[in-house]
Design a protein around this ligand. Structure first.
Ligand SMILES: O[C@H]1[C@H](O)[C@@H](O)[C@H](O)[C@@H](O)[C@H]1O
Length: 552
């Protein structure tokens, strides 16, 4: 038996393990911890050919002996990985579009649903989407393990289409709320699955960029929505078109999804080794068959196989137990949830969703057009993060961007103080500080929390990211539902000052708990977190100084 011409015994002879001799994926018997750690790069030595990893049977010409940790970085990666990440990322358009379009739609809906909308009804229509996303995030993690990432994404598209149609044809408030709820359910599902799917597919050194594709689509979707809000401002029943348009990206994604493969890590969990082998060979066209088998082995070793036996309920129970009982999993959960909370409590969506109202209230006449500029800033700086994240690293980007967010929000709060003293020129400082806040936000905390799946080992990944996705949507709901009330009760100075305070707390916590994860294989991250937050941070800082890279 062999895989693509590589005798499976190649790997068995490597480790002298008669028990596992027919399975390349058992090339690293768990008992041989030192050797396994070395092969996984945990002993911080580049993997080099030694007598013990040479294939004697192939006359010492084993492709494995040419594999070094550095070698994985320099090999050719096919453009297919970009196509797959882009197809998955399209869900981001739906997320961004549906969260961005509502403010414009509510502004023009008038009495089209029978009578003028009250504030309570507006709130209900707005919050139905984040509320449903929160519920689906928290309840659907296990579905990603049961049905697979790809299939669930296809269901999410079906849900989007249904929700968009219901919203477009709604005749009363209840139907519109139902449509918004259905769309929100799809958004919650997609925001759970897409980052996980891309993370599980991506080679370590480009994972940051590939996951950000999703956020580029989110912010792109928001920008399109703000532009349409401005364009449809005076169109009779135009809000129906705006809502219905959401179905188009969903349909555009559904078609190519039929040809998209399932996540290799999910397939491995289902024991579809041959399929994984094919996917990996396509992603790494330059790699030799032995190198591919080696990569697969590394992934499988890190996935802790055999622990997810039993029926669905037992597995869920097991995952749940492991998530909360294993210290490194708890740390992963803390970081993932904290980053999502930091993102939302920075006040970003209060500013984005209500930007037209904010700018109108400080004295700008063309406030809807200015909110398009706000959306464009978010989009452009997400693209900048996309270009730089794998080079600069997540931690450095995060700490820098959080610092400029704090400064921008503080300047904004101070400017409101002077504006209240009737010094109207300060409105330009408010505009500048809000744009600078969003630029810094988009460059760092706007995208890094969506790297969440890399924090969790396979056995708890779906559940863990389900929780952190739910934190994102709860934060979104709380901040957007309380922003206007806060502006009234604690004033604009107090509100922006409070967001600056949240960001300061976020910066401090990230400094002590969030290690640099760029370039690490996802199987290593939880092993790193076993050492504790601060030790992990220190270890990765010193590793980056000595420029030690990781394998796939
Ligand atoms: O990462 C995204 C992005 O930053 C969006 O602009 C924001 O509206 C979302 O809430 C956030 O999750």
């Amino acid at each position: 038996m062999d895989i693509k011409g590589i005798p499976l015994t190649t790997f068995a002879t490597t480790f002298d393990s008669p028990k596992e001799d027919l399975d390349p994926l058992s090339a690293y018997p768990s008992s041989n911890k030192k050797l396994k750690d070395e092969r996984l790069g945990l002993n911080e030595v580049p993997i080099e050919a030694t007598d013990s990893n040479m294939d004697v049977s192939s006359g010492g010409n084993n492709p494995v002996d040419e594999v070094t940790a550095e070698g994985f970085h320099e090999e050719k990666i096919s453009s297919w990985i970009w196509i797959l990440s882009t197809v998955a990322g399209i869900s981001g358009i739906l997320f961004g579009y549906d969260t961005g379009v509502i403010s414009g739609a509510l502004a023009v809906i008038g009495s089209d649903l029978g009578k003028e909308l009250s504030s309570k009804q507006r709130e209900l229509i707005t919050s139905a989407t984040p509320f449903a996303a929160l519920l689906s995030g928290i309840t659907s993690g296990w579905l990603a393990d049961l049905l697979g990432r790809k299939r669930l994404l296809m269901y999410a598209d079906g849900i989007f289409v249904l929700g968009s149609i219901i919203m477009a044809v709604s005749k009363n408030i209840a139907t519109l709320v139902a449509g918004r709820f259905i769309v929100g359910w799809g958004i919650g599902l997609a925001s759970l699955i897409v980052p996980m799917y891309i993370t599980e597919l991506a080679p370590a050194h480009m994972r940051g960029r590939l996951v950000i594709i999703y956020v580029v689509f989110i912010t792109g979707g928001q920008l399109v929505a703000y532009a349409l809000n401005a364009a449809f401002e005076n169109v009779n029943q135009g809000w129906r078109i705006m809502m219905g348009l959401g179905a188009i990206p969903a349909l555009c994604q559904l078609v190519p999804l039929f040809w998209t493969p399932e996540s290799p890590r999910y397939l491995l969990k289902q024991n579809h080794v041959e399929k994984v082998y094919k996917i990996m060979s396509r992603i790494h066209p330059g790699a030799k068959p032995g190198e591919i088998a080696y990569k697969v082995t590394l992934i499988q070793e890190g996935m802790n196989f055999g622990t997810l036996e039993g029926n669905q309920f037992q597995r869920l129970k097991y995952s749940f137990k492991r998530l909360f009982s294993v210290p490194s999993n708890r740390r992963s959960l803390f970081i993932a949830c904290f980053l999502q909370a930091f993102q939302q409590f920075s006040g970003t969506n209060a500013i984005q969703y209500f930007s037209a109202i904010i700018f109108k209230s400080v004295g700008f006449k063309n406030s809807i057009q200015i909110s398009v500029v706000v959306g464009a800033t978010n989009f452009l700086f997400t693209i900048l993060a996309f270009m730089l994240i794998d080079r600069i690293g997540r931690r450095r980007i995060l700490l820098c961007s959080a610092t400029t967010m704090i400064i921008s929000l503080s300047v904004c709060a101070i400017s409101y103080h002077f504006l209240e003293l009737k010094k109207t020129a300060w409105k330009y400082v408010i505009l500048g500080s809000i744009i600078s806040f969003l630029a810094s936000y988009a460059f760092g905390i706007g995208n890094i929390p969506w790297q969440q799946a890399e924090l969790f080992p396979m056995e708890v990944r779906a559940l863990g990211t389900g929780f952190s996705t739910a934190v994102n949507w709860s934060g979104n709901l709380i901040v957007s539902a309380t922003f206007l009330t806060m502006m009234e009760s604690i004033t604009s100075v107090g509100t922006f000052g409070l967001f600056a305070g949240f960001c300061f707390a976020g910066l401090v916590v990230c400094f002590f708990t969030y290690p640099e994860l760029a370039g690490m294989s996802i199987e290593h991250i939880s092993i790193l977190l076993e050492k504790g937050f601060w030790n992990a941070v220190k270890e990765r800082n010193s590793k980056r100084k000595s420029n030690i890279k990781d394998t796939y």
